[in-house]
Structures are given as C-alpha cells and as structure tokens.
Design a protein around this ligand. Structure first.
Ligand code: GDP
Ligand code: IMO
Ligand code: MG
Length: 433
C-alpha cells in the first residue's frame, strides 16, 4: 500500500489529531515526521457508557490511541526525552498500551539548554518575539542544521554524547552568560540527565525508515501525521513567524525516510474558520465580538500552552495555497458546527494590498502584512448539525457553504467535522481506499 500524508492547511490546531485518530482504525502505522512537543493534538473518544474521554497528545503520534497501530516518531522529529516518558506514563496510567512505539535513531534530542535558550531568546527579542511555545524547538533544529545536534543514537554512547554536549556548550554557554546574562550550564549534568533515559529508551529505538519500507512492501497502511501546519512551515509559512520544521507534505518524506514515489494521497485538515497562536500576520483576524464568538464557541485555547487563540474567518487564499504546496487530494473541513447561528458566513476569497487585488498569496511578506481581506458572504444556518452524519442531512445553507469552499480551494472535501467527538464527522468520500 502507498503512504498517506496528513497535514494542517492553516496555522495549526485544525483538528489533525481527531482526523488521525479517526483513520487510526484503518491504518497500521502512524508516523510523526516533524516538530516535537510544541504540538497539541486533542482526541475526544466517546466511551461505551457515553462518557467522553479527552486526550491531549504533544510528542506522540495521535495513532497511539488505537491498539492496532504501530506509532512511530520519525527522524524529522525533535524529542524531549523527559516529555516522552511523562506522556507515555500518563497514557499508561489511563490504560493505553504504548508498547509498540518506535523512535528513530536519527531523531534529534531537545537538550535542556535548548529549552532555556528558546525562552531567553524570546525574552531578549521583546516586541519582536515569535511567540514560541518555549519547548526548545527552534534552537534544537538550529543545532541540527549547524551539525552540533544530539541524536537519539548518541544517548547510547557515553563518550560521543559527552563530546557533543561539551562542544555544543562551549559555544552556548558564551551566549547564555555574555549575551543573555544567565547562568552557564554544566556539561556533566546534561550528560547525566540524558543518560538516565537510556535503558528505557533502548527497546524503542529502530531504523524506522527501514521498518516503514518493509511495512509498505507488505501492503500495510502508513499514515504520516504532521505537527503544525502549512503556514507554520519553515520554508512555505509566514517566515519568520513559523516553527522551525517542515510541516508540509514534502517534509513527510524527509522526516520519515519514505520516498515521494510511495505517497499516494495528501489529506489536509482545514478548520471552517482560521486561528493562530503566537505572533505574525493574520489577514482575517477579528478583534470584535465575532472573534470572541469563534473563540468561545470553538473553545479556542491552546492545547499546549493554554494561550487564547487568535480567531478570524475562513481564508481560502490560504486554503488554495495549502492545496498547491502540499498537492492536496482530499480536505477534511473541521468545526463546521462552530459556524452555526450566524446570519451570514464570510469567506475571504482574495486580498486587497494597497489597492491591488491579490487572488494568490502575495510574493512578499510585507504585502501579506498589509493584506486586507475581500469577503464573499454566504447565508448562514441555525440548525444544530452535530448529529448529522451525511452531507444531505446538513441544512441547505451549510451544504452550499461547503460546496463553495470546495470550489474555491480546488480539491474535494472528503469529510466534515461537526463536533469534537471521534464519530462526530460526515464522511463524503472514503479517506482510505
Ligand atoms: P490539532 O493540533 O490540529 O490536532 O488540533 P487541536 O487538537 O489543537 O485543536 C482542535 C480542537 O478542535 C480540539 O479541541 C478538538 O477536539 C476540536 N475539534 C476537532 N474537530 C472538531 C469539530 O469538527 N467540531 C468541534 N466543535 N470541535 C472539533
Ligand atoms: P499543532 O500541531 C499552533 C506556533 C507557536 C509560534 C510558532 C513557533 O497543535 O497544530 P515553536 O515553539 O514551534 O518554535 O513556535 O509556531 N506553533 C503552533 N501553533 N499549533 C501548533 O501545533 C503549533 N506549534 C507551534 O505558537 O507561533
Ligand atoms: Mg494543536
């Protein structure tokens, strides 16, 4: 079987976790290929007694909640080992079997000094800050590119580990002390902390690219689940207000070792409106009662940091861009239920930049900062749609909204989320066949 990639179309928090979990029942492997515990993927499972169980996954792939799935942390991920084991312990305590987890030997480790550097750099930037999650993501990817990173495999060779930590700290301590005026970090303590995870980590470590190649040869279904999203991608996002990894479909290949020729489908998750956490441009952002309506109704507070998410109307210029950059074959529109109860539902179809209409993302970032949304208004609906399970059972105006969005983004809408629960979704076309 070919591999399937699942990405976020906007600035994250589109509902990737829910979509991955939904597909989990039909896939054999779920691979996280980028980012780290900056992600926050919420999965809400309805128990047999009708009770809802909520899981917030940060470092682990959302497929871990499905017993038949082998979850994989790919080489493109940055791993905070303390968080890894905390998250595993948390799931185990709730009865989730995590014993199948595999971790790439080539994934990078978030060393404790990189968590510190992330936070002090943001403080130093002041008004120019990125608004990072403070988890050490940027400094760890910077180390990877600078070729001074620590990899999972280094944890099993004390000599190499010590050499690498000492080399990194020789430089980083100068920055911490001389520029940021904070305390230096002792190499011994870092080495000791990282080594303390070695025994528990060892059985999980594998050549995950090889495991995945064999799985694909054996006709297994492999789902590659992105953290973050298209506009947070370090190449294709709203740089510098991005994360430091490749969150788009291309990143799924480099971050897992699966070649592009084996990917058959790219599913993008698109929230029916737009949210953003952290700093950076956001053309459809609403600072009024409508923004508050979306935040309250959609419960838009960060899964990772608890920060209120910035909210605005759907922007299909971004949707089209996501289609193009990722080669999207199928969209899942989430949170359509949140738009219930509006007289009209605006869709941003283009931008006005200093009097010039832009139907595509402006070439220059400054233009994007100045972009004013041009809206098309569609009639709203008032009926509760959370019980709808077929497209035809949606109110006519909700159907018309989805069809118009589909036309504007240029790829078919295969599923529609109508509530947070695992089964609160309308499947129009199979996501796996
Ligand atoms: P992710 O980072 O892309 O996995 O998304 P998050 O989990 O950070 O944020 C999405 C939020 O929306 C979570 O609280 C989900 O439970 C919730 N959610 C997902 N799909 C739907 C939907 O169709 N309707 C509603 N009301 N909530 C949804
Ligand atoms: P999921 O996977 C939303 C944002 C941060 C900040 C920027 C850089 O849940 O969709 P970082 O800590 O990565 O260096 O921060 O990226 N960010 C996210 N926003 N959802 C996420 O993940 C995010 N991961 C990072 O808020 O603006
Ligand atoms: Mg999230």
């Amino acid at each position: 079987m070919p591999a399937i990639v699942l990405v976020g179309a906007q600035w994250g928090d589109e509902g990737k976790g829910k979509a991955t979990d939904l597909m989990g029942e039909d896939v054999d492997y779920v691979v996280k290929f980028n980012g780290g515990n900056n992600a926050g993927h919420t999965v809400v499972i309805e128990g047999e007694d009708g009770q809802r169980e909520k899981y917030a996954l940060h470092l682990l792939p959302s497929g871990i909640l499905t017993p038949s799935v082998t979850p994989i942390i790919g080489n493109g991920v940055v791993v905070d080992l303390e968080v890894l084991f905390e998250e595993l312990d948390g799931l185990n305590a709730r009865g989730v079997d995590t014993s199948k987890l595999l971790v790439s030997a080539n994934a990078h480790v978030i060393a404790p000094y990189n968590r510190t550097l992330d936070k002090v750099t943001e403080r130093f930037l002041g008004a120019r800050k990125i608004g990072t999650t403070g988890r050490g993501i940027g400094p760890t990817y910077a180390d990877k590119m600078n070729r001074v990173g620590i990899r999972i495999q280094d944890i099993f060779d004390e000599g190499i580990l010590r050499q690498k930590v000492e080399a990194a700290l020789a430089f980083k301590n100068q920055i911490l002390v001389k520029i940021y005026n904070t305390r230096s970090v002792e190499a011994d303590r870092v080495v000791e902390e990282l080594l303390s995870y070695a025994d528990r980590l060892r059985p999980m470590v594998a050549d995950t690219a090889l495991v995945l190649e064999q799985a694909l040869n054996d006709d297994k279904n492999v789902l590659l689940e992105a953290g973050q999203a298209t506009l947070l991608d370090v190449d294709h996002g709203t740089y510098p207000f991005v994360t430091s990894s490749s969150a788009t479909a291309g990143g799924a290949c480099t971050g897992s070792g699966i070649p592009p020729t084996r990917v058959s489908r790219v599913i993008a998750i698109l929230k029916a409106y737009t949210t953003r956490v952290g700093e950076g441009p956001f053309p459809t952002e609403l600072d009024d009662d409508n923004g508050e309506f979306l935040r309250k109704t959609g419960a838009e507070y960060g899964t990772t940091t608890g920060r209120p998410r910035r909210c605005g109307w759907l922007d299909v210029v971004i949707g089209r861009y996501a289609t193009r950059i990722n080669g999207v074959t199928d969209f899942v529109i989430t949170k359509l239920d949140v738009l219930t109860g509006l007289d009209t539902v605006p869709i941003c179809v283009a931008y006005d930049v200093d009097g010039v209409r832009h139907d595509e993302m402006p070439v220059g970032q400054s233009d994007f900062h100045h972009a004013k949304p041009i809206y098309e208004e569609l009639p709203g609906w008032w009926e509760d749609i959370s019980e709808c399970r077929t497209f035809e059972s949606l109110p006519a105006n909700a159907q018309a909204y989805v069809l118009r969005v589909e036309e504007l983004i240029g790829a078919r809408v295969s599923a529609i989320g109508v509530g947070p629960g695992r089964h609160e979704i309308i499947e129009r076309h199979p996501l796996l066949d």
